[in-house]
Design a protein around this ligand. Structure first.
Ligand code: NDP
Length: 252
């Protein structure tokens, strides 16, 4: 069977050491790509991921950077340019939740979520586009959420950040299509990772909404990785500015 990606093609996954980002990094490597993985705090997991990718016969680079900080993002791209000299695919995956009801939400809870989830994608995409525009080729996938499509109680900050990611993806798609660059969003529903195992509003919602998932199960990181790989590959070459929900049928 043919791989989805040409040998030597390079992908960058933000927040890739664990959870959905890790599954995406592994799938892209399995499909032929060399992978740069950004992490913020999970250094041990990043190191073990690098070993796993290299065991597949691909090149791997791990770079510590906080996507909230412009100088960190510049450092990340400097490392990618030095190691690989090209960037074919970007996955903006880094994200956080700080759930709570709006009426009690602090400025910090609101803006730190928007700053990481949407601001991070803004900074990273800006740098990536500089590499992709000169190559006149590239594919970007932004990890949104069904909360950003349909809204979710207890998650006004997160829903706003992910709704913003969707609109951002559509605008990037229109602005950079002329450079041969596509940009799409993947909107996962409930996926089993550290994020959804944390206590808080998300945990309560998880129990409540299990019954509403037509496929009758929570998603796996690999479910999301498969969708991301498709949208990064030439098999989706005529798809840009779209949102693919990966939610077992949860939202309409
Ligand atoms: P996890 O909490 O398991 O992982 C979050 C990842 O984001 C970690 O790798 C973390 O890095 C990274 N990260 C967080 N803040 C920063 C930062 N400032 N700079 C760089 N990296 C950062 O979450 P998931 O894997 O579940 O989520 C991944 C993405 O998928 C997120 O965008 C999330 O919103 C989205 N999503 C998840 C859903 C789910 O049900 N799980 C549903 C819908 C969307 P480190 O560990 O190195 O600090």
């Amino acid at each position: 069977m043919w791989n989805l990606f040409e040998e030597g093609s390079v992908a960058l996954v933000t927040g890739g050491a664990r959870g959905i980002g890790r599954a995406i990094a592994l799938e892209l490597a399995a499909q032929g790509a060399d992978v740069a993985v950004n992490y913020r705090g999970s250094v041990n997991k990043a190191e073990s991921l690098k070993e796993e990718i290299e065991a597949m016969g691909r090149r791997a680079l791990i770079v510590q950077a906080d996507v909230r900080e412009r100088d960190n993002v510049k450092k990340l791209f400097k490392a990618v340019k030095k190691e690989f000299g090209r960037l074919d695919m970007l996955v903006n995956n880094a994200g956080i939740i700080k759930d709570g009801y709006l009426i009690m939400m602090s400025e910090e809870s609101f803006w730190s979520v928007v700053e990481t989830n949407l601001g991070g994608a803004f900074r990273v995409t800006q740098e990536a586009l500089q590499m992709m525009c000169s190559a006149r080729r590239g594919a970007i996938v932004n990890i949104a959420s069904t909360s950003g499509v349909a809204g979710q109680e207890g998650q006004t900050n997160y829903s706003a950040s992910k709704g913003g990611i969707i609109a951002f993806s559509k605008a990037v798609a229109k602005e950079y299509a002329k450079y041969g660059i596509r940009c799409n969003a993947v909107a996962p529903g409930f996926i089993e990772t550290d994020m959804t195992s944390a206590k808080g509003a998300a945990e309560t919602l998880k129990d409540k909404y299990m019954d509403l998932i037509p496929l009758g199960r929570f998603g796996s990181p690999e479910d999301v990785a498969n969708a991301a790989a498709f949208l990064l590959s030439d098999r989706s070459g005529y798809i840009t500015g779209k949102v693919l929900t990966v939610d077992g049928g949860l939202i309409g």
